[in-house]
Design a protein around this ligand. Structure first.
Ligand code: GRF
Length: 193
């Protein structure tokens, strides 16, 4: 790490990339000191890659579909080791990292999840909250361990579920809160480094 709190971030994505863009904007506006040095996607042609390019951030695609699970993660680990980031952010990355990567980057990987963990880990977290008739939803920034959305929580923010919320309306209202929570989590980590 070159300067206190100025972390080299690698962001892992699989799709849309609005959380990635929130980090890129926060960095370019000086809200965080850290810089995204690289974006890695496991899917080609996703919007997240276009967002990275707009901010002139180098990208790598390691296609996960159709290759052996172990081979994919070996390639990912190799790339991460080359990049040597201070922090890895999972921003809509739809894969569970194996032990090899989690241990190699212990306490250096974070994720943003659209639920108040430990409730509703995994896919369709917003739908799970609605089906459970929760009064509140929210999002969690957490460190990544070997489980699915089980690592230590850094920060959470709550949002009331409205009577007519659907999975779509709740997800849309949660998204800006996710962005805010993720940026605050990075600021906290910068402060600790
Ligand atoms: C977000 O809801 C995030 O919490 C979840 O996947 C979604 C990704 O959105 N893990 P985006 O790709 O950042 O727009």
């Amino acid at each position: 790490m070159s300067e206190r709190g100025k972390l080299k971030i690698v962001v892992l994505v699989s799709g849309r990339g609005t959380n990635l863009e929130a980090i890129l904007k926060a960095s370019s506006q000086g809200k965080i000191k850290s810089q995204v040095i690289h974006v890695i996607s496991n899917k080609p042609n996703v919007a997240a890659l276009e967002r990275a390019r707009r901010f002139s951030v180098p990208t790598t695609v390691i296609v996960s579909q159709g290759i052996d699970h172990k081979k994919f993660f070996a390639l990912l680990l190799e790339k991460l080791q080359l990049l040597s980031p201070d922090l890895i952010v999972l921003a809509g990355f739809m894969k569970i990292l194996p032990k090899t990567i989690v241990q190699r980057f212990k306490n250096k990987i974070i994720n943003i999840h659209p639920a108040l963990l430990p409730k509703f880990p995994g896919l369709h977290a917003q739908r799970q909250a609605l089906e459970a008739k929760e009064k509140n939803s929210g999002c969690s920034a957490h460190y990544v361990d070997e489980g699915c959305d089980t690592g230590p929580i850094i920060l959470q923010n709550k949002l009331s579920i409205l009577p007519h919320d659907t999975e779509e309306t709740l997800s849309n209202r949660l998204l800006p809160l996710e962005h805010e929570t993720l940026i605050k989590a990075i600021q906290l980590i910068e402060g600790r480094s």
